[in-house]
Write a protein that binds this ligand. Structure first.
Ligand code: FES
Length: 159
């Protein structure tokens, strides 16, 4: 697909989502979530379509997308690993865990390994504070991260 065709495709799929959801109260966030579900990220080409559809400025839409950590600007890798960085996990060493994972994978937060195997993201509380430090791998929560579990997770996303 040419770039032009891809951006037309994104615009038309985005317009269909907006049509379906713009009647909701406070439609911007649900629309952005649906777009991320549809494409796996929020494409840049979708932003002007959303702004026009909801009568907002492009800056407003861009501001919301960049404010929320949930929205990705690029497609994710085959696995998505989220490391909790909220308070309870912080107090149990989540920054040390994050540093180790980053070193093992060779990427930082909001990055994807070059082979496309994994995207690393911070998350702010997974509701698993009693078992901190916690993570989520492809939607499954993992508690009490230690060196062994980190090694297993990294091996799994690399396989
Ligand atoms: S603070 Fe990490 S799970 Fe709640």
């Amino acid at each position: 697909m040419t770039m032009q065709a891809a951006s037309t495709e994104i615009a038309s799929r985005t317009a269909a989502i907006i049509d379906e959801m713009k009647g909701l109260e406070g439609p911007l966030l649900p629309i952005l979530h649906s777009i991320q579900e549809e494409f796996g990220y929020v494409p840049k080409d979708a932003l002007p379509v959303i702004a026009d559809g909801l009568n907002l400025s492009r800056a407003e839409v861009h501001g919301v997308v960049s404010f929320y950590h949930d929205f990705r600007a690029k497609p994710a890798g085959r696995h998505v690993l989220k490391l909790c960085q909220a308070e309870a996990c912080q107090s149990m060493g989540s920054d040390v865990v994050a540093a180790k994972v980053k070193q093992l994978l060779g990427i930082g937060f909001h990055e994807t390994t070059r082979d496309g195997s994994v995207t690393l993201e911070p998350v702010y509380c997974l509701g698993l504070c009693a078992c901190s430090p916690s993570a989520m791998l492809d939607g499954e929560v993992i508690g009490r991260l230690d060196d062994e579990k980190i090694g297993e997770i990294v091996a799994e996303v690399r396989s």
